[in-house]
Design a protein around this ligand. Structure first.
Ligand SMILES: NC(=O)c1ccc[n+]([C@@H]2O[C@H](COP(=O)([O-])OP(=O)(O)OC[C@H]3O[C@@H](n4cnc5c(N)ncnc54)[C@H](OP(=O)(O)O)[C@@H]3O)[C@@H](O)[C@H]2O)c1
Length: 182
């Protein structure tokens, strides 16, 4: 069985976390994984991203070739390159509109797919809308920080796609696809 949420375009969650589900410390990037960044760019290009205002702040600029939809409670907050919304429902509406409009101009690169881009607050709201998670698991010794929500493990079929050993200062990490089965 899949998510009961009725969606025009599917929402894929994308995340990198360590063994303790830590995704960030709210300030700096915890790890530098050049391969993962390339993979993320390739996967998300031509799609809308839904992110929290704190994640937007941590990136500090819009990611090109994608809609940068930013959730905030503020009715005055704005930033160049951000599509600002005040609710998750509006984020989905803006994402669907962006896909429709962009499909007309940029048919070759536009994907009929939305990405749940984080951080923890936005994963918490949006995960129930996702049947798929693109997950990077990083071997990184850290016990406290901002955490990805705890998944009900039996709801998900997990496929390991690639494993990379530690090399040149880049920590060991692997790419996984999670598909909701319940
Ligand atoms: N490793 C990864 O894959 C990954 C991915 C993304 C982010 N991160 C990390 O995660 C951290 C940020 O995560 P976070 O959980 O602290 O923050 P966040 O989820 O990025 O943003 C939280 C903000 O979103 C807004 N928001 C949340 N729920 C809302 C709602 N229902 N309606 C309207 N606005 C809402 C609020 O903005 P206002 O305060 O403006 O109202 C809130 O402060 C950073 O360290 C970042 O680097 C890691």
């Amino acid at each position: 069985m899949k998510t009961k949420k009725k969606l025009k375009n599917p929402i894929f969650c994308i995340v990198a976390m360590n063994e303790n589900r830590i995704i960030g410390d709210g300030k700096n990037l915890l790890w530098h994984l050049p391969g993962d960044l390339k993979r993320l760019k390739k996967m998300t290009m031509g799609s809308p991203l839904i992110m929290g205002r704190k994640t937007w702040d941590s990136i500090g600029r819009p990611l090109p070739g994608r809609a940068n939809i930013v959730l905030t409670n503020s009715v005055t907050w704005k930033a160049e390159g951000a599509i600002v919304v005040n609710s998750f429902k509006d984020a989905i509406i803006k994402a669907d509109e962006w896909i429709d409009n962009n499909m007309e101009i940029n048919q070759n690169i536009t994907q009929k797919k939305i990405f749940l881009f984080g951080g923890a607050e936005i994963y918490k709201i949006g995960l129930e809308y996702c049947d798929n998670i693109e997950m990077t698991k990083v071997k990184f010794n850290l016990k406290t920080g901002i955490k990805f929500p705890k998944l009900n493990e039996s709801d998900w079929e997990k496929t390991k796609l690639e494993h990379n050993l530690a090399k040149n200062g880049v920590p060991e990490h692997s790419y996984w696809h999670y598909r909701r089965i319940i």
